[in-house]
Structures are given as structure tokens and as C-alpha cells.
Design a protein around this ligand. Structure first.
Ligand code: MV4
Length: 588
């Protein structure tokens, strides 16, 4: 077994992995970016190393820097978590080359599943049912027309071959929408994956998203850990996940479990992976395979009692699975709610900022996987998911009640989160009946009811009493150490300038229309690129009208008018960069 493992990630998943490492008696190495210096995942590790500036492209995504830390720290393996480098075959190869174990699948399996057309072809050959459509790339609109008329029929979905998770996904209900859908999918594929290749599937009207968790070791043992239902999602971002899936009976469970293990065998898989699929009228279709540990792996851990991260680590160290398919049982029901710093009433706009008071729920059947704490700043640079709340109980109904109870206990002050959204959704008939809730997550009026009360202004002078003993983090040649400095407080009584107690510069209120800056100013809550500007200077707009679309962290964020009025100032143009706090427009 390894004695030290580097965790190439941040936030809740980094901490999640470190917890298992500690239980296994393995040392943990954190890496961090400059703004993450005091982040919980850094303090949770046995040792930590600075990677570089905040943008992931200069820190968490730099393969050479991460491998250099592995070498310096003596880590024998790297766990990539999810996101960042987790599904980067080149990174997996670079680890191998550097003599460091990659805690994940072989690079060849990442490659095979990374191309969705290749994956569809492989799965067909292995006898795994795929959504009807093409397995070859479709080169242009004319070719698309032909294959749709001959084999598929409308409605259809055009999907980017390099895509996944809904990126580069467009629907055409009829031929007149085909060109727009084709070009949209190709453009997004090019933008996000440098690959404009697309393929075509039959568009299923109201499927459920059901995925199968698999584990495979290097001895050829492959098992599945049953399924998860992730149908509650918005713009392909999952919001709530559960296991078992409400629409799956024991017979179907066995059938899709087998599909999962067959799919894994077909690519010579090793480690934990997920077969994503669509379930429509009792028919199950392979969609794609995620070659990483997923955000929602926890619900499976709760119903099977298996620590998926521990199994990943053991498999990477060459150990064989200690249980077979018949040893794995599903017990009770687990639900996970993603706690994102987002405002559901404002089209799920990112709501970064500093967390004030923070209290996690606890008690029977409650698990919180969090990367946040009191005083933690949710940065617009990274994913807005700050924590996951997972509950277990004997069945779906009890589990729902437990989740609502835990959501009421969860106290996150100072910024907007999805907690009110989850509380409201879990109380609906749609959820109770096990529906996909697609109507609700798109229902503007329903979401508007979740609007937050205007936040009270934070009290001034909320500074800690000066202390004479202080803990500091220092970096020596890029390696992080924690030191305690004991000395006199400064003459004015202020504490020495430690990160945690430094008085923050006065920050403008964040969030569109949050009242920051000049009256009527719409201030950008995020940093990113302006994809689209929907208004002109001098235009009259209604409340909630689209002003512009800002892309940040591969997500498109709609900036809307907080009030009706005239666009008196407009400071953005398509393709331009925008920083947090910039004034986008003034609407009066
Ligand atoms: C589909 C689909 C209908 N037909 N593909 C792909 C990524 C995932 N985030 C959702 N995806 C879908 N792919 C075909 N051929 C519908 C969806 C879909 C969806 C599926 C299940 C539950 C909720 C959904 C919400 C939006 C889109």
C-alpha cells in the first residue's frame, strides 16, 4: 500500500479523499493556489504545497507543477478527485511516466470513453444498448438530414463528440431547427473540447437520468454498486441525486447493473467509474461513461456501505476486490443535495462571497461533505458547489423527511445558497411522486418564490480581539508549514496581519443589481468572457430582461436587469473580458 498520496484537487472532494487516506494510515499531500492558501483542504492535509496563481490553468491544471510536488513530497500516487485533471488521459500517462500511480482508470479507457462516438461504437460492439442514432461522426447538415430521414426521425439531439455532461448538446424538433442545432453543438464542441465533431441521437421526450456505479480491479473483477437517479438537474448541472432510483425495480436493477459491468469490461476498465444512461418507459440506453469518482458517489456509499474512494486507492495499489457481486446489497435510501453558492430565484446565478456564520446539520443518518467553514470565501474562480448534504434512511419517504430536517438545521450566513431551493423542491408533489421535476426547475414563477430577503448589512468592526499568540502559515520554498508566533500585539491594539484576521478591504456588494456601485449599476458577480450582449445602450428593458451572457468556469451565466428601466450605460462587448465587480451596465 502507498504511504503517501497527493490529492490534486481542492474543496470538498480533496477533503473527502484525505479522510479516507487518514483512515488507511496513508499520509496526504495537498496542493493549492494562491487564493486557497488558507482553504480547509490545505489545513486538512499532512503537508501542502503552493502551485501558483488562482486561475486553474496556472495551478490545479498544470501537470508539471503537480508532478514536481509529487516528487518533492515523495508521494507515490495521485488522486485527481473530479473535474480538473480527473479525466485527462495525458495526465494519467504523465503520472505513469513519472513513476507515480494514477488513482483512476488506465489512460486508454479515459481516451476510449472521452470520444463519445468511439464510446458508442465500442458499446454497440459489446452488446450494450445505446440511444438510437449514429456511431460515426456526422460531417455536415446535409449528411445529418440524410441519416435522420433514413434512420432516426425527429425530434433529434445533436451532441458534440468531445462533449459530455450536456456540453455541446442541442435539440431539433423538426428539420427547420436542424441547421441551428447542428451549428450550435459543433461550435460548443470546438470551444470547449477543440473538436467540432458531432453525432446525432434520437431525442427522448422525458427520460430519467439513471447511472450505474462500477468498480473494476486489475485482476479483471468487475462489480456494480447499483444505480443512482440524477434526474433533477438544470442546464445539465445535477442538483439532487438519490439511490436507489425510484423508477427502477429489482428486475431492471439487475439488467442495468449488468449493462454497467459489460460496458466497463469492454474498455478494459480499472478503478471506480460510472455508466450514465437514460431510462425511458422501462428501456435503458447507454449515454456515456464517466471515468472518475463522481460528485454523487456518496449516495451509493450510504446504501451499500462501501467506501468508493478506499476501493479506488486499493485497486490502484494493485489489490484485488475483497467482495463479489453477491456480497453487495442495497439497504435503505440515500439522497444528496448539492449546496451551491447560487441564487435559484435569479436563474441560479452564481453568488460568490464570504460565508458568515456556518453550522452544519448532524444527527442520525446525516453526512456533510463540505469544503467550507465560517469565514471562508467562495471564489468566483472555482466551482460554486461548496458542500454536499447527504442523508440516509430506511426508504425514500423517510429519507426525504430527514433531508428536509437537515436542510433546516444547515445554517450558512452571508451568502445565497441552494438550501431554500432544496427545501421547497422536496416538499412538492412532483418530488414525492418520483418525477423528474423538469417542470419545476424551469418554472420562473415557482423559482421566484424562493427569492432571498435583502441581506442585512454586515456590522462594522467585527474584528477579533487581538491575541498575543497567533498561528501563521508560512511557505518555505513553496512548501507550506504552520507556525505559532507568540509576541506582543501591535501598539494600536490591532493583531498582526494574519490572513484570517486581516481586516478585509471594503468590498462592493456582489451580484447583479445588488446595489453595489452607482445607483442602477449592474455589477458583475463573476470573472469571465462576455459571450453575448442582448441589449443596446438606450434600450428600455423589463425587470429580469437578459443583459448579457458571461462565460465563467465553462458555465454560461445570464446577467439580467434587476429592475425595469433604460440602459443608460453599457460597458460590455461580445468577446470582451470582464472582472468581478466591473459595472456591466447602468439601468435606471
Ligand atoms: C438526452 C436527452 C434526451 N434525448 N439525450 C444529456 C446530458 C445529461 N445532463 C442530460 N442529457 C440528456 N440527454 C437524448 N438523446 C435528455 C437529456 C436531459 C435529461 C435527461 C434526464 C433527466 C433530466 C434531463 C435534463 C435535461 C436533459
Amino acid at each position: 500500500m502507498f504511504s503517501k498520496v497527493l490529492v490534486a484537487n481542492r474543496g470538498e472532494i480533496a477533503i473527502r479523499v484525505m479522510r479516507t487516506l487518514e483512515e488507511m494510515g496513508i499520509g496526504s499531500v495537498a496542493v493549492y493556489s494562491e487564493p486557497d492558501r488558507d482553504a480547509p483542504h490545505v489545513r486538512r492535509a499532512d503537508e501542502a504545497y503552493l502551485l501558483g496563481p488562482g486561475p486553474a490553468a496556472e495551478s490545479y491544471l498544470v501537470v508539471e507543477k503537480i508532478l514536481a510536488v509529487a516528487e518533492e513530497s515523495g508521494a507515490e500516487a495521485i488522486h485527481p478527485g473530479y473535474g480538473f485533471l480527473a479525466e485527462n488521459a495525458e495526465f494519467a500517462r504523465a503520472c505513469e511516466k513519472a513513476g507515480v500511480a494514477f488513482i483512476g482508470p488506465p489512460a486508454s479507457a479515459i481516451d476510449a470513453m472521452g470520444s463519445k462516438t468511439k464510446a458508442r461504437e465500442l458499446m454497440t460492439k459489446a452488446g450494450v444498448p445505446i440511444v438510437p442514432g449514429t456511431t460515426d461522426p456526422v460531417k455536415d447538415v446535409a449528411a445529418a438530414k440524410k441519416v435522420i430521414d433514413k434512420e432516426i426521425g425527429y425530434p433529434i439531439a445533436v451532441k458534440a463528440a468531445g462533449g459530455g455532461g450536456g456540453k455541446g448538446f442541442r435539440v431539433a424538433e423538426s428539420e427547420d431547427q436542424l441547421e441551428k442545432a447542428f451549428e450550435g453543438a459543433a461550435r460548443e464542441g470546438e470551444k470547449f473540447f477543440s473538436d467540432a465533431t458531432v453525432y446525432i441521437e434520437r431525442y427522448l421526450p422525458d427520460p430519467r437520468h439513471v447511472e450505474v456505479q462500477v468498480l473494476a480491479d486489475s485482476a479483471g473483477n468487475v462489480v456494480h454498486l447499483f444505480e443512482r437517479d440524477c434526474s433533477v438537474q438544470r442546464r445539465h448541472q445535477k442538483l439532487i441525486e438519490e439511490s436507489p432510483a425510484p423508477a427502477v425495480d429489482p428486475e431492471l436493477r439487475e439488467r442495468i447493473g449488468k449493462i454497467g459491468t459489460e460496458a466497463a469490461k469492454a474498455v478494459g476498465y480499472r478503478s471506480a467509474g460510472t455508466i450514465e444512461g437514460l431510462l425511458q418507459d422501462g428501456e435503458y440506453f447507454f449515454l456515456e461513461m464517466n471515468t472518475r469518482v463522481q460528485v454523487e458517489h456518496c449516495v451509493t456509499e450510504m446504501v451499500t456501505g462501501i467506501d468508493i474512494v478506499r476501493e479506488q486507492i486499493k485497486i490502484a495499489a494493485g489489490e484485488e476486490l475483497q467482495f463479489g457481486q453477491d456480497d453487495i446489497e442495497i439497504r435503505g435510501h440515500a439522497i444528496e443535495c448539492r449546496i451551491n453558492a447560487e441564487d435559484a430565484s435569479k436563474k441560479f446565478a452564481p453568488a460568490p462571497g464570504k460565508i458568515g456564520s456556518y453550522r452544519e446539520p448532524s444527527g442520525p443518518g446525516v453526512r456533510v461533505d463540505s469544503g467550507a467553514e465560517e469565514g471562508y470565501e467562495v471564489l468566483p474562480l472555482y466551482d460554486p458547489m461548496i458542500a454536499k448534504l447527504i442523508v440516509w434512511d430506511v426508504d425514500r419517504e423517510a429519507s426525504t423527511r430527514r433531508m428536509i430536517r437537515a436542510l433546516h438545521e444547515y445554517e450558512i450566513g452571508g451568502l445565497k445558497t441552494l438550501i431554500p431551493f432544496h427545501k421547497a423542491l422536496l416538499e412538492t408533489d412532483q418530488w414525492r411522486n418520483g418525477e423528474t421535476c423538469r417542470d419545476l426547475v424551469e418554472d420562473k414563477n415557482w423559482l421566484k418564490e424562493l427569492a432571498f430577503d435583502p441581506a442585512p448589512a454586515p456590522a462594522e468592526g467585527e474584528e477579533e480581539e487581538p491575541k498575543v499568540a497567533r498561528d501563521y502559515a508560512v511557505e518555505v520554498s513553496g512548501k507550506r508549514f504552520e507556525v505559532k508566533v507568540i509576541g506582543a500585539a501591535l501598539p494600536n491594539g490591532a493583531a498582526p496581519a494574519a490572513g484570517a484576521t486581516r481586516k478585509a478591504p471594503k468590498r462592493r456588494e456582489r451580484g447583479a443589481g445588488g446595489g453595489g456601485g452607482a445607483p442602477g449599476a449592474i455589477v458583475s458577480p463573476i470573472q469571465g468572457t462576455v459571450l453575448k450582449v442582448a441589449v443596446e445602450k438606450g434600450a428600455t428593458v423589463e425587470e429580469g430582461a437578459l443583459i448579457c451572457v458571461v462565460e465563467a468556469m465553462k458555465m454560461e451565466n445570464e446577467i439580467t436587469a434587476p429592475t425595469a428601466g433604460t440602459v443608460e450605460e453599457l460597458n460590455v462587448s461580445e468577446g470582451g473580458a470582464i472582472a468581478t465587480g466591473d459595472t456591466i451596465a447602468v439601468v435606471k
